[in-house]
Design a protein around this ligand. Structure first.
Ligand code: CP
Length: 307
């Protein structure tokens, strides 16, 4: 049985297969509308979510399966002290596959050790969010046509933003990918990522703190929100939260074919006057999340022979 804890659990070939399947689903969704008939997905969300939980549920419903689950720790027996290990043992008898989000790093991994069904990490603290990374890769591949030869700007909270960390780790596996990190000094990428992934891999990157200066050189701009829930003090959050705001005048500095991605939710970091710009693809990106999760469910449940 396979679980998914980290995007790097998947080889580049595995990722390519998932993207190819997702692209087939986009072209011909009805062909896949019954492949999970009789199967159930449990969404065990100990932390709030709109996109990840609902796109998992939408994905399973699109495949003809059914869904059950809880959307907060308070509405589950975690509030009475039940462990993740006991919970997944029970859920294994109720469902065929489980997507789990938890505020504690490693909790979905602990669940996977006690599970008899595939467990997908739907975000664990500041650690990993592999299905967001797969969503980002599908969005870039489908809209840009390639995953190599790209200059990617990462802007905002690069310290706590787990989606940024996973995206860097996933993208360094493609050739000629360069990064421009745009953040306040306090929210730079963690040292381990700079040292173990970028420096060790000989990846070209630079760290800057003015967005306007680098916009003309980007193929992709990946905006992120400052992660209030990971800050230890509110004063720092308030000081840093509006460090970068992408708006229509700044978009004039960007190339005609640059894409703006954001894992969402956004707070202030992208002005709504950017939303109608054809380069703003963050709502499309959220839609791609359904297709890649459909491909992942098909793959982990090994029903792809019916596709
Ligand atoms: N992108 C993302 O993980 O959104 P949610 O927190 O709404 O699931």
């Amino acid at each position: 049985m396979r679980h998914l804890m980290n995007a790097l659990d998947l080889s580049v070939e595995d990722v390519d297969e998932l993207i190819t399947l997702a692209e087939k689903i986009i072209k011909e969704p009805t062909r896949y509308s019954e492949v999970c008939k009789g199967k159930k997905l449990a969404t065990c969300f100990y932390e709030s979510s709109t996109r990840t939980r609902l796109s998992f549920e939408s994905a399973m419903l699109n495949l003809g399966g059914q869904v059950l689950g809880f959307s907060s720790a308070d509405s589950s027996s975690a509030s009475k002290g039940e462990s993740v290990a006991d919970t997944i043992r029970v859920i294994s008898g109720y469902a065929d596959i489980c997507a789990m989000r938890h505020p504690k790093e490693g909790a979905p991994y602990v669940a996977s050790l006690h599970s008899s069904i595939p467990v997908i990490n739907a975000g664990d603290g500041g650690h990993n969010h592999p299905t967001q990374t797969l969503t980002d890769l599908l969005t870039i591949k489908n809209l840009k046509g390639r995953l190599d030869n790209l200059t990617i700007g990462l802007c905002g909270d690069l310290k706590f933003g787990r989606t940024v960390h996973s995206l860097i780790e996933a993208m360094v596996r493609y050739s000629n990918v360069k990064f421009v990190m745009i953040s306040p000094p306090e929210l730079k990428i963690p040292d381990y990522l700079r040292k173990d992934t970028l420096d060790a891999g000989g990846i070209e990157y630079k760290e800057v703190n003015v967005l306007e200066d680098v916009l003309p050189e980007l193929d992709i701009l990946y905006m992120t929100r400052v992660q209030r829930e990971r800050f230890f003090n509110e004063e720092d959050y308030i000081r840093l939260k509006d460090s970068f705001i992408l708006d229509a005048p700044k978009m004039k500095l960007a190339p005609e074919d640059m894409l703006v991605l954001h894992p969402l939710p956004r707070v202030n970091e992208i002005s709504t006057d950017v939303d109608d710009d054809p380069r703003a693809v963050y709502f499309k990106q959220a839609q791609y999340g359904v297709y890649i999760r459909m491909a992942l469910i098909i793959t982990l449940l090994e029903v792809s022979n019916q596709c």
